[in-house]
Design a protein around this ligand. Structure first.
Ligand SMILES: C[S@@+](CC[C@H](N)C(=O)[O-])C[C@H]1O[C@@H](n2cnc3c(N)ncnc32)[C@H](O)[C@@H]1O
Length: 421
């Protein structure tokens, strides 16, 4: 217990305010500076250790709770806490309160960046009622002894972890910690809930790996399959998708069906429609939309990654209505390669589509009937939405899904409608 007379200079007492992007809350230091504090909740009074200092703000970890929020719970992970694993932001927060905090974060970005006064409910998804056991893909760091772990918050230090409570049993049962991965820097393990062996993608700066583990997993290194399999199979609405090591796939087991349903119901595609699927990955939305528009329709799928395009091609086998464009999504590609789409879905990486691509999409003539924007990051989503609103488009609907329990992250599906609609 820290008593005031023994409080070190870098420990301050704080009244904790609202949640902020980045997983911490905002407080004021005694000298008036803004402090972003982790491991606390709005309304709490805490003692916090200053962990870093910038010109205009401080970062801190709450190390003692003086007045606790009713939303505080015992973390479900023994690695969570100040100075420990940086993977989860909300292990100490009850799940309904986690969702309210995410609602606050989304509302703040919509207001700040898109000028919209809108609060959407963050919907619980099936599959992880306690917020644990949902990650089908985990990236482990490897220390110089070859032991796996997860990085501490904003640090290169590694918290040794062999069992991650938010990962699925199939990921944890791969027992990657039973091997010393000497020479590796990072491992990404992906295990499908639909069966098959987990696949491990090994990243290393070295020319060779120091020994293959005696584990029942596929291993891919520097683009080479050292041990099969090098793909995992996911099933969505009776369709099987093969996804290679390193190719994007939604991480929560419910994400693929939930997002597919949200996109399909939001777009209301019809038989014969021409649809563009931008940032298509291994083809999750491409295949679903191709089935709806049928052989008389078309789905133009645009994706930059070669391995993703190879998977997409295989996953769309037999669907002659799918046209695949391997390219970066740019204003020029939007203008020349999509061919007057009736509908568009875009699901860009964390940074969003960007203003130029967004301006090109909402500037299409004739405009598509609807655009579905899928995003895992509220700030770039709100920035891109502002471009659409500025061009006279409206946000027809917005849904938010709790696809990343225990973290500050949230998935959004916005349906945009053109000026004439
Ligand atoms: C969030 S994933 C979405 C994939 C797919 N919609 C899904 O749900 O499985 C984003 C995809 O966009 C691709 N990508 C990232 N930046 C891109 C760009 N500028 N142009 C084209 N594709 C890009 C990535 O390779 C990745 O496959």
């Amino acid at each position: 217990m820290v008593t005031p007379s023994t409080v070190p200079a870098d420990v301050v007492e704080l009244e904790v305010g609202a949640i902020a992007a980045g997983g911490g809350c905002v407080a004021r230091a005694p000298d008036g500076r803004v402090v972003f504090v982790r491991h606390c909740l709005p309304g709490e009074r805490v003692r916090a250790l200053i962990t870093s200092e910038a010109t205009s703000y401080l970062r801190a970890d709450a190390i003692e709770v003086l007045e606790a929020s009713p939303d505080r719970v015992e973390p479900g992970c023994s690695h969570a806490g100040p100075g420990r694993c940086g993977g989860c932001d909300f292990q100490h927060v009850a799940l309904p309160a986690q969702r309210r905090l995410k609602e606050d974060l989304v509302a703040e970005q919509l207001s700040r960046l898109a000028g919209l006064d809108l609060r959407v409910a963050v919907e619980e998804v099936p599959g992880a009622p306690d917020g644990l056991g949902w990650r089908t893909r985990v990236t482990f760091a490897v220390d110089h002894h070859g032991r796996i772990g997860l990085r501490r918050h904003r640090s290169h230090d590694i918290e040794p972890i062999e069992h991650c409570p938010i990962a699925t049993d199939r990921v944890n049962d791969a027992s990657l910690g039973a091997h010393l991965w000497r020479g590796a820097r990072q491992l990404e393990v992906v295990a499908s809930p639909d069966g098959g062996k987990p696949v491990v993608l090994v990243e290393t700066g070295k020319d060779r790996l120091d020994g293959l583990p005696g584990l029942d997993v596929g291993i891919v290194w520097k683009g080479r399959t050292l041990r099969a399999p090098d793909h995992v199979q996911f099933e969505v609405d009776t369709v099987r998708f093969g996804v290679g090591a390193g190719v994007f796939w939604q991480v929560h087991p419910s994400a693929a069906p939930v997002l597919t349903a949200a996109v399909l119901s939001g777009l209301e595609a019809r038989t014969g429609d021409r649809v563009a699927d931008l940032y298509a990955g291994a083809g999750l939305f491409t295949v679903a939309l191709a089935r709806v528009v049928g052989p008389t329709g078309t789905v133009v799928a645009v994706e930059r990654s070669g391995p993703a395009v190879a998977d997409l091609r295989r996953n769309a086998t037999g669907l002659g209505q799918v046209e695949i464009v391997r390219a970066d999504v740019t204003p020029a590609v939007v203008g020349r390669r999509l061919g007057r789409p009736d509908l568009i879905v875009l699901d860009p990486a964390r940074a969003g589509a960007g203003r130029d691509v967004m301006a090109a999409l909402v500037g299409l003539d004739p405009p598509p009937r609807r655009i579905a924007y899928v995003s895992c990051e509220p700030a770039p989503f709100a920035r891109d939405l502002a471009v659409a609103l500025g061009a006279g488009w409206t946000l027809g609907s917005l849904r938010a899904f709790d696809l990343f329990p225990m973290t500050e992250h949230v998935e959004l599906v916005g349906i945009l409608e053109p000026p004439s609609a």
